[in-house]
Design a protein around this ligand. Structure first.
Ligand SMILES: *Cc1c(COP(=O)(O)O)cnc(C)c1O
Length: 379
């Protein structure tokens, strides 16, 4: 294959009726959040993950914030949060005034290590937030057991796992409340957007209440507000895109999984690359094709591999930077050396390769050839 133009790490794959639905939103003059694609998306996505209620929001981040608000988290409360996650998980807790308390990952799946949770629980702990990382569900049975024992709520940050299942049950229906992102690089997208799913009618109502400036859910619009709320309403034009994406979610997930299998197969002879695994009782929807680079075996560091691939027109990204090292979170006093060895290792060795749903086998083969050439150069 001749050298293709620059290959991004991820781009949307708009392969269905996205344009038709956006056009309909515009021609019918329904572009605000009151349009019918918004309720359609809420109902259809909730039903897709086997939850009773769905709430759209403007982003995964605002979905997480609403979930924390709905659980009445606030100053003085502590929330268990994975140390290896996207920053929005921790920020959502901070927005409420509660304190995130970080827990290291398990080495195999990179998800929060359930064995390390209980030692971080105090009388102030109110909830456990889990992030199903890079497409693989967390060890939910153990986590739910701990939550039950200590009377804690469970929030799933499911931004990276649309359609993944744990022991046959979909992520988004496993805890008390779950949050998804519809950002452009997620498995289904509306460009920007978010979704909450829950089986709890009270949480459902609170999410809708806080999302809409605490206007009363029923009753007259007399502009009297009992609480401080937010405007996190998703417009109909964007919901239209996500409804079209949801119609193709099966194909979009299959393509992500096929990407991962392709890379794993084509690179299986290359030493020093350890891909995120899939455990027997779970599906991995491989939001991103991510792996760790063992410098000694591979021949060069993760960082050098990224530089070399970039010069060959291939974009990659580092895996997340640990929460306990985030300057923004320094006041939570968790920069303890050696307390998070798994996360520290992931942040030094981990990266993901181009992972768009629209990638072809030929293109992945080209990328893998380039990775092999880099390995041969340094080995
Ligand atoms: C993408 C992502 C978010 C944030 O979603 P936005 O829609 O970008 O606000 C939160 N958590 C995780 C784990 C994510 O991957």
């Amino acid at each position: 294959m001749s050298q293709p133009p620059f290959i991004p790490v991820c781009e949307p794959y708009l392969c269905g009726k996205e344009l038709d639905y956006v056009k309909e939103a515009i021609t019918t003059n329904w572009i605000s959040s009151s349009g019918s694609y918004v309720t359609r998306l809420e109902n259809e996505f909730a039903s897709y993950v086997g939850a009773q209620h769905g709430v759209t929001t403007t982003s995964g981040t605002t979905a997480l914030h609403l979930a924390c608000k709905a659980l009445e988290l606030g100053p003085g409360d502590e929330v268990i949060v994975p140390n290896f996650t996207m920053i929005a998980s921790a920020f959502a807790v901070c927005y409420t005034g509660a304190m995130p308390v970080f827990v290291d990952s398990e080495a195999e799946t990179w998800n929060i290590d359930p064995n390390l949770i209980e030692e971080k629980i105090t009388p102030n702990t109110k909830a456990i937030m889990v992030t199903h990382i890079y497409g693989h569900p967390c060890e939910m049975d153990t986590i739910l057991q701990i939550a039950k024992k200590h009377n804690l709520k469970v929030i799933e940050d499911a931004a990276e796992v649309h359609g993944a299942t744990y022991k046959g049950k979909p992520c988004g229906s496993l805890g008390d409340i779950a949050c998804f992102s519809l950002f452009a690089n997620k498995i289904i997208t509306s460009g920007e957007g978010g979704l909450i799913t829950t089986n709890d009618k009270v949480l459902f109502d609170k999410c809708r209440y806080y999302r809409n400036l605490c206007f009363p859910l029923d009753g007259p619009r007399n502009y009297v507000h009992e609480d401080i709320g937010y405007n996190y309403r998703l417009p109909n034009t964007l919901a239209a895109i996500a409804v079209a994406q949801l119609e193709n979610i099966g194909q979009l997930i299959e393509r992500r999984i096929a990407n991962a299998h392709c890379y794993q197969e084509m690179l299986k002879e290359v030493p020093g690359l350890r891909f995120q695994p899939k455990l027997d009782h779970a599906t991995n929807v491989y939001w991103m094709v991510s792996c760790c680079v063992d410098e000694n075996q591979f021949g060069c560091s993760r960082d050098q591999l990224m530089v070399d691939l970039k010069s060959r027109g291939i974009d990659t990204r580092k895996l997340f930077y640990p929460m306990h090292r985030q300057p923004a979170l320094a006041k939570y006093g968790c920069a303890v050396e050696g307390q998070y060895p798994v996360t520290d290792k992931l942040s030094v060795e981990g990266l993901y390769f181009p992972s768009s749903s629209g990638l072809t086998r030929d293109l992945i083969s080209y990328i893998c050839d380039q990775i092999k050439e880099v390995h041969n150069k340094y080995k």
